[in-house]
Design a protein around this ligand. Structure first.
Ligand code: GTP
Ligand code: MG
Length: 195
């Protein structure tokens, strides 16, 4: 399987509730705003800017679906953590994200939760993690932007994550240095191919 054989499929405007089920296996990326979701997807796809990245946190409010080899979806989900969103909008977004995941649970083969390696897991990250565990969906934890940490800080971040997300696959990733991308790519392909 080649993740680079990819086209943009469509943006689902979450407020439109336009989720459709077409039985394709799917990998979903979630994480607080600015954690590096879109950048990681570009790295996996070996593309520069297929997935829109931005230095303005919280810009993405669409579920952006990418179609790999005409068979699988990799989806960039917008999520919580944008301080400037009012509480009502945050609640609505939370509600819509969970609605997307629950509607598609049968076809979601893995949820990649991104945690900023420097900021560590916040309460909202843990809430999301517990929620996904309740749905029995497989999880991979990505510690993002690992290039920002020195060796000993990186080791600390990893060992803390190992405690918090005990028993889960944890991958430290840097987009800028291209660290961990291959491991993440292998893990995703395996999840998609597993029956
Ligand atoms: N140092 C460093 N910066 C990164 C890395 N990955 C992403 N960034 C930067 O972090 C910022 C946010 O990246 P995005 O990929 O847009 O993050 P996102 O999670 O998709 O953000 P939203 O769409 O706003 O939720 C950008 O300025 C990126 O250049 C990384 O591995 N290392
Ligand atoms: Mg994004």
């Amino acid at each position: 399987m080649k993740l680079s054989e990819v086209v943009f499929h469509k943006s689902v405007w979450l407020w439109s509730k336009e989720v459709f089920i077409d039985e394709k296996s799917e990998i979903v990326f979630v994480g607080r705003s600015n954690v590096g979701k879109s950048s990681i997807m570009n790295s996996l796809f070996e593309k520069k800017d297929l997935v829109k990245t931005s230095s303005l946190p919280g810009k993405t409010k669409l579920a952006n679906m990418f179609l790999v080899e005409n068979k699988y979806y990799l989806t960039d989900l917008p999520w919580y953590g944008f301080a400037k969103l009012g509480k009502t909008m945050k609640d609505e977004l939370d509600w819509l994200i969970s609605w997307y995941i629950e509607e598609k649970a049968e076809y979601i083969k893995k949820i990649v939760i991104l945690i900023d390696s420097k900021i560590w897991a916040q309460e909202v990250d843990i809430e999301m993690y517990k929620y996904i565990l309740e749905l029995w969906l497989p999880v991979t934890i990505v510690l993002s932007k690992i290039d920002k940490l020195g060796k000993s800080e990186a080791a600390k971040s990893l060992s803390y994550a190992t405690e918090q997300f005990f028993g889960q696959e944890i991958i430290a990733v840097s987009n800028t240095k291209k660290v961990g991308i291959k491991q993440l790519s292998t893990s995703i392909k395996k999840a998609l191919l597993d029956k």
